[in-house]
Design a protein around this ligand. Structure first.
Ligand SMILES: [Zn+2]
Length: 216
């Protein structure tokens, strides 16, 4: 046993893995909780014009809500692995439609507060599984739109996001899969896709772990 694996073994003894939703020992996201995930059914809601398609894996509800919360706010970064695998499975039939994977970037201020970008952690797993390059540097968030949730309606949210992202580098790949954890109104993903399209990307598709059901 090497030094690193001994350290890992010790860490496992001191901080054993627990399911992020039900706290069962020995796993980060247990099979029982994963079996409760509900596939998101495509609905007729309008997409931002800069996105040709948006793929959403699951309905945003318990237990996925708790698991995403753990990833995002409690900095349990390793949960990105099982969640990223679920995303990779979701997009597997279309993986050849993309030249690269990118994540919705965080503003540098938010990144330093949070320690890591949860969307990028998910995107990295998807990129690794499908052997696609992961774009990190050139796609940047130029405005801190932290108050997004407070914007009352879709129009205001879209206005708040305008020019929030920029592409800074050589020409981006032609076909990009843009990953986020939760898809809400599409204002954020749409604005990010706008920046990619403005830089020359021909096709941007979105991939998100979860979305709330449309209101009846
Ligand atoms: Zn569980």
């Amino acid at each position: 046993m090497g030094r690193q694996s001994l350290l890992e073994t010790l860490l496992q003894l001191i901080f054993p893995d627990r399911c992020a939703a039900c706290r069962t020992l020995g796993t980060l996201f247990c099979a029982t909780c994963q079996a409760r995930l509900e596939a998101y059914q495509p609905d007729g809601r309008t997409l931002p014009s800069s996105l040709s398609q948006v793929h959403v894996a699951y309905v945003f509800q318990s237990p996925l809500r708790e698991v995403i919360h753990q990833l995002k706010y409690r900095k349990t970064r390793r949960i990105a692995q099982p969640l990223g695998q679920l995303l990779a499975e979701n997009i597997a039939p279309r993986a050849r439609e993309f030249d690269a994977v990118a994540a919705i970037p965080l503003h540098p201020r938010r990144l330093s507060e949070r320690g890591f970008n949860q969307a990028e952690a998910l995107a990295a797993v998807v990129a690794h599984i499908h052997k696609l390059p992961l774009i990190t540097g050139p796609l940047t968030r130029t405005r801190d739109t932290a108050q997004q949730a407070a914007q009352a309606n879709a129009h205001m949210r879209a206005a708040n996001m305008r020019d929030a992202f920029a592409w800074r580098g050589a020409s981006p790949p032609a076909r990009i899969l843009l990953v986020d954890d939760v898809y809400t109104t599409g204002a954020t993903m749409g604005a990010c896709a706008d920046a990619l399209r403005a830089a020359g990307t021909a096709d941007v598709q979105g991939l998100a772990l979860a979305r709330t059901r449309p209101k009846p």
